[in-house]
Each structure stands twice: as structure tokens, then as C-alpha cells.
Design a binder for this molecule. Sequence first.
Ligand code: BGC
Length: 391
Amino acid sequence: MTTVPAFPADFLWGASTAAHQVEGNNVNSDWWQREHGHLPGAPVEQPSGDAADSFHRYPEDMRLLADAGLGAYRFSVEWARIEPERGYVSRAMIDHYRRMVATARDVGLTPMVTLHHFTNPVWAARAGGWHSDEMPELFARYVEAALPVLDEVELICTINEPNMVSVLADPEVGFPAAGLPPGVPAVTERLIRAHRLAVERVRSAGAQAGWSVATQAYQPLPGAEAVAAEYGRSREDVFLEAATGDDWVGVQAYTRTKIGADGPLPAPADAERTLTGWEYYPPAIGDGIRNSWKLNGTPVYVTENGIATADDTRRIDYTTGALNAVADCMSEGIDVRGYLHWSALDNYEWGSYRPTFGLIGWDPVTFERHPKPSLAWLGSVAQRARAEVLS
Ligand code: BGC
């Protein structure tokens, strides 16, 4: 197996989660309502339920990351909890998330806070969600309400994977056999506007704002370059371009998509696949970083990258490959400032608990945490990187 190359001393090493996927009982969110058939949409295989109960157990989760040697934790605050009814802001939830930020700092983790990670309050969804012209202003108002949480936070991600929000904007549209549906232009525009409004507010609070984009490593077969460029536009590039002038951009990648003359191609039959069915392809993150840098020149944090597997040795192997790709990008002169692995915990993978992405597992009955060898491994990579540079 290859080894992990050297990284700068101030490189940020961490892991990520999202509220709905780990907190549990996010009952006022559109996703919860969909899981229980109360909102239209394709049926959901399994409801999120208690998830990892990280809503109560976050101090333990953060301590595990910090004790392993990691230096950052990316988590999201939940709009549906902060504003469970239109215009009503829960002070208790603001306090809850302030405590999360304080706890991260206390255990020595830099908090990176995401303001929107796929879920909307159910009242916003019933009013049309991102299909409604009101949504950017509603989002901006929520961001203002959440500013007290962000007091001590330097890195704020306004919206996670707006491109996935756009391509999945119609809840009835399923995934094609290969690739993704195209972005919905009006939804994309609203997301970009919401981002800009949020960036203003976050910056006025003295923090650094960015958003995180799901990159897909679109790789054209010879002769299919124009098809790939066209394919990538509404699904990725327009969102990366919108990060121009931001303080940073989050690049996220898991796998690649080969593009032929007629569009996306399924992975070859003999390709190794992960538990999500995606091709095992560690260098994907390098494609994403390069595409982002080409389109916006904005400093990069890898805000998600990882693999759903029951075999933790494959997680270590995948991450080693990915870190080599990140290092290659840096040696080409790209400003990459950190790597936050997806995910800190096994979590609710939007419909199922089967794909396990976590550095930490947990017992579904007692919620007892079971750190995997990959957590200690990634922590030691971070510690070694710091030590090598200091020695
Ligand atoms: C999302 C996560 C998700 C992960 C793996 C990203 O699209 O931000 O919420 O769990 O990929 O599918």
C-alpha cells in the first residue's frame, strides 16, 4: 500500500457529519416527514429514527475525534430545529448549537459549521421549498437568526452540495442507471442567491464563508470532451463558478463518472464497488479539486471524502489514495487547506443505515460508540504530519 505524503503544519485534519444523519428525531424537517409518508416523494426504504443520537452524545463523538489526533469537526445546524415554525426561533436550540461549538473548542477541535445540509423545515417544504421564490430570503433570515451560534466559528459552509439539491429538486425524479439528473435552472438560481445572501451575513459576523460542492470526476472518453463539458455544467460547474470570490470552497468527492458519446457510462462490470454501489476510485478527489481551482481559483477545503464499506481496511486504503491525490494537487500549486473525512460516524445515508461511511460505529440499541481502526489511523496521519513539519 502507498503511504501518505507530507502536508503543511497548518493543514486542517478532521471529519464531517450532518445533523439529520446523526442527531436523530429531526421531526420538524421535510426529510423526517417524507420518511413517514407525510410529504410527496419516492418512498424511503428506512426512516432515520434516533440516528446515532448524536444530538445528546456529541461531546463523546467530539472527544473521540480529538483524542485520535484530529483537529477539526464539521457538523451542521438544523434549520428545522432552530426555526420549527415559520418566524419562531427556538432560543433553546440556539443554545444547544452554541454548546456544540463551545464543546468542540474545549476538546481542541476547530468547528466548521454547515447551515444547510439537504433538510428544510417542513413548513418551508410545504410552501414549495427551493421551488419557491421566497426561499432565498427565508434562508437568509434563518442565517441571521443562527448568527449567535457562529460567534466563535471561523469556517462556515452556507449550503452543502447545492448541486445535489438542484438535481434532486423534484422528489419524484429517481436516479438514472448512470450519472445524475440535470440541475433545475430556477432552483440553481435560488440556491446561488441564497448563498450570496448568507455569505454577506456570515462575513459581517467576521467569519469565512464558502459552500461545498459534490464533484463527480467527469472523465470523457476520447472524443467525448464536449459531451462531458455539457454534462458537467448544470450538475457541477455552475456551482463551482458561483464560489468565485468566496473565502473558501468545499470540494467533496466519492467516485468518478466516465462520459461517452451518449453521456454517462456505468462502471465496468469488474470494477470494485462500495456499499453505495459506486466505483472504488480514490483519485476522484483530485479531479474535483482541479476542476474547482480551474473554475474559481478559491482556496479549497476537502469537506467530504470517504467510502461506504464494511471492511475498514478498504477505508484506509481509499483514504490513502485520496490523500495522495490531494497532495498531488498541492504540489501543482493548488491552495488546499484541509481534509475532512466523511464521515465521523456511521450515519443515516438518506434512506438507509446499510452504507457505513463512519470512522466510528455504534450499537443501534445502546448507542455505545465503537471507533474503528481507521479513526486511529487518520488521527495518526494528522499527528505525524504535524510532527514531521515541526521536527
Ligand atoms: C452528502 C452526505 C452523504 C454523502 C455520501 C454527500 O452527498 O453531503 O450527506 O451522506 O455524500 O452519500
